[in-house]
Design a protein around this ligand. Structure first.
Ligand SMILES: [Zn+2]
Length: 82
């Protein structure tokens, strides 16, 4: 997976669980990220939409998943269909 390889060079040293901010963008579509998936080799950020699409396989390899999609509901109201 190319994205994971890219993160390897930049974010491998610190495992942060700081709250996600508007500056954190989804690795897939560049929307605001609400889920951080910490992998043994780095981390990935996803918006709510892509978190749901990719969470299933990533859950097997992730060391930590920070899910703030509840904030998405709080800030934007209507959830898209689950
Ligand atoms: Zn996305």
């Amino acid at each position: 997976m190319d994205v994971a390889r890219r993160w390897l060079d930049t974010n491998v040293t610190t495992t942060t669980t700081a709250p996600l901010t508007a500056a954190d963008r989804c690795d897939r579509c560049n929307a605001q990220a609400y889920v951080r998936v910490v992998l043994p080799v780095g981390e990935l950020l996803f918006c709510g939409h892509h978190a749901r699409r990719h969470a299933e396989p990533l859950r097997d390899v992730a060391v930590h998943i920070q899910d703030e999609t509840d904030r998405l509901l709080a800030e934007h109201g209507a959830p898209d269909a689950v």
